[in-house]
Design a protein around this ligand. Structure first.
Ligand SMILES: Cc1ncc(COP(=O)(O)O)c(C=O)c1O
Length: 328
């Protein structure tokens, strides 16, 4: 059963980062999921709900708006279960993700923007429109589907709690739909209200404004694309009460961090994972960490999905730091 192979991903203690920041740094490696990203979890919960509650008939088509990873997870699960997928992808989607979508047999439509259901020609608008006009299709709508948060509340949060034996003190995670951070935050804060949950978004994305109760801008904002994270609107899958603060990070600082980490560790960070690490580095003083803290960095996918964007034409890695305990 594909369900049984989703989740229970490793939580790796990163010796190098723990030494550098003088605290315990743990990395939740979501690229160990069968579809190689955290999105398998929400994809499964949304699709299982649709099938069990007869929102889609056997052999029907799942429809979704995606920056790539959710589409890949759904296409993989749909293949296993005998369904089809139609994925409306953001303009920013990497070539590697497009190739994966094709290889799982998804029908793909690239779109101008992903600015929400009410914006003409957005991924969400076109997905909803397609589903409304085609029989036996179901739009999972990850931006507003409560099963998105539920997947992380029921699986990722409990895994982190168990894997840290309840010692987790901080979590940093990128925010796209908000499903991952909201589910993780909700669960962990129920176990220990002192756990701090920090979101990460690209500079000029709107979650920070929302957290500070600042009115949303009238015009859609423009922000540098870090695939998977940042928004021009606040989706229903984001639960403000589960999050303490949102940190903003520059795309340039993220790209520099991905290359620095590669040199040190020999590992290729996914784009949003590099943003999480860059945000930790930038805000480490503000976080006020102590030696006894346990900080979890949520890494949704792997750098092999961003070879062209982050790792092309680099010198071969010279030497991996002897302090580095690579698990892969
Ligand atoms: C690479 C990557 N990082 C982070 C996220 C954000 O996760 P969420 O949508 O649960 O906020 C996504 C979502 O697509 C993603 O693909």
């Amino acid at each position: 059963m594909i369900k049984d192979s989703i989740g229970n991903t490793p939580l790796r203690r990163d010796e190098y980062l723990s030494m550098r920041y003088n605290t315990t740094i743990l990395v939740k490696e979501e690229f160990h999921n069968p579809g190689k990203s955290s999105k398998d979890r929400a994809a499964w919960f949304m699709m299982e709900d649709a099938i069990q509650n007869k929102k889609i008939a056997p052999g029907g088509t799942f429809v979704e708006a995606s920056s790539g990873n959710m589409g890949i997870s759904m296409a993989l699960i749909a293949k296993k279960l005998g369904y089809k997928t139609k994925i409306f992808v953001s303009a920013s989607c990497s070539d590697e993700k497009i190739e994966l979508l094709k290889s799982y047999g998804a029908s793909i439509q690239r779109c101008d923007n992903s600015n929400g259901l009410h914006v003409f020609n957005s991924t969400q608008y076109l997905a909803q429109n397609f589903s409304a006009n085609n029989l036996n299709t179901y739009f999972t709508n990850q931006y507003y589907n409560s099963n998105n948060i539920k997947a992380h509340y029921k699986t990722t949060g409990p895994e982190i709690w168990k894997q840290t034996k309840g010692q987790v003190t901080h979590v940093l995670a990128g925010v796209g739909t908000g499903g991952s951070i909201s589910g993780i935050g909700r669960y962990l804060k129920e176990q220990n209200p002192q756990v701090k949950i920090f979101g990460v978004e690209p500079k000029d994305s709107v979650y920070s404004l929302y957290m500070q109760d600042t009115p949303m801008p009238d015009q859609a904002v423009k922000f540098d694309s870090i695939e998977g994270i940042g928004r021009t609107f606040i989706p229903g899958a984001f639960d403000k009460t589960a999050v303490d603060e949102i940190y903003q990070i520059d795309k340039d600082a993220t790209v520099v961090m991905s290359k620095r980490y590669r040199e040190i560790s020999g590992q290729l960070l996914g784009f949003s994972s590099a943003a999480v690490l860059a945000a930790l580095d930038k805000h480490i003083e503000h976080m006020g960490l102590t030696e006894s803290d346990h900080v979890v960095l949520f890494f949704p996918d792997h750098g092999d999905r961003y070879m062209h964007k982050l790792y092309q034409d680099l010198e071969p890695i010279k030497e991996i730091s002897k302090d580095y305990n690579a698990s892969i």
